[in-house]
Write a protein that binds this ligand. Structure first.
Ligand SMILES: Nc1ncnc2c1ncn2[C@@H]1O[C@H](COP(=O)(O)OP(=O)(O)OP(=O)(O)O)[C@@H](O)[C@H]1O
Length: 272
């Protein structure tokens, strides 16, 4: 897997598939049994050099315990010490925008408030690489929209790359440029989002339907009333024009939803 600089890459996949593990390996919280990681094109054999690590912000799935007894101000000071690029004005602006309670110690905040603090603090270091593990977990719909808008606006003009793990389809739709499917500890590939959306189609057809399920483009075929079948097909127009499918009468069609595409992909129908 190669993460392109300046894009948002979404890691998607079932529970326990390995999404958080990938992010933890990028942060060197989990060590590799095999393989290698290159950060910004550089292999690091030992611990990541500080200058490199200072350009990476990570929002883990659960909060960091070291800061539990700190207030927002104290935690900001703590982070500013470690990250020379810490932008306090930006932090203040985000804390105000996200309505993070300033007086509360971090461990007394609600799950969503803490999450908002973590996201504000991660963005305030103006990272080159932002790793977000299920960033919307605990956020109300208003905060979620603010976060999406903020992340999108961060992509304008900055040399920022985001890798996020998520189960929220809307988040993928609104944010991701590329989608990586993780399944049983493996990445099954990485596709540009729009390409993925155009890869399969559901169609209802009439005509000479005998043996239709044997066509290479047909993934599934079901009867749907007299002399009508409902097919899921690969949406490759060039293949279609060369195949018998073009002889059929298409009554209606629809593009598949992301969940349906991922389900086919997991079952071995790799998008092309
Ligand atoms: N250090 C480790 N050593 C061995 N196995 C681990 C380690 N950490 C996690 N695992 C296992 O690896 C699998 C993947 O876990 P991970 O947390 O990466 O999944 P995930 O895709 O993020 O899941 P979820 O969507 O539920 O958050 C799990 O079965 C987990 O028990």
């Amino acid at each position: 897997m190669q993460i392109p600089v300046g894009y948002i890459v979404a890691l998607v996949g079932p529970n326990g598939s390995g999404k958080s593990t990938i992010l933890q390996m990028l942060m060197q919280i989990t060590t590799l049994d095999a393989g290698e990681i290159k950060w910004f094109g550089e292999t690091s054999t030992g611990i990541l050099p500080t200058e490199l690590k200072q350009g990476i912000a990570y929002v883990p799935e659960g909060p960091v315990t070291e800061e539990n007894f700190m207030t927002v101000e104290e935690a900001a000071g703590f982070r500013a010490h470690w990250y020379p690029s810490w932008d306090h004005n930006r932090f203040e602006e985000l804390v105000a925008r996200f309505n993070v309670p300033r007086k509360e110690r971090l461990n007394r905040m609600s799950k969503g408030e803490r999450r908002k603090f973590e996201i504000a603090a991660a963005l305030a270091i103006r990272p080159k690489l932002l790793l977000l593990d299920e960033p919307s977990s605990g956020l109300d719909p208003f905060a979620w929209k603010d976060m999406i808008d903020e992340l999108r606006s961060c992509m304008d003009g900055e040399d920022l790359t985001i890798v996020l793990s998520t189960h929220i389809v809307d988040e993928v739709k609104r944010l991701a440029d590329y989608i990586v499917l993780v399944h049983q500890g493996q990445t099954l590939g990485m596709f540009e989002k729009d390409m993925l959306y155009g890869s399969f189609k559901e169609i209802w057809v009439r005509g000479e339907l005998a043996g239709i399920e044997k066509f290479a483009e047909v993934i599934s075929c079901q009867d749907d009333g007299p002399s009508t079948k409902k097919l899921i097909v690969r949406d490759r127009q060039d293949d279609w024009s060369a195949s018998h499918l073009k002889e059929l009468q298409i009554i209606k069609s629809r593009s598949l939803e992301l969940e349906e595409i991922l389900d086919l992909w997991i079952k071995g129908h790799r998008p092309q």
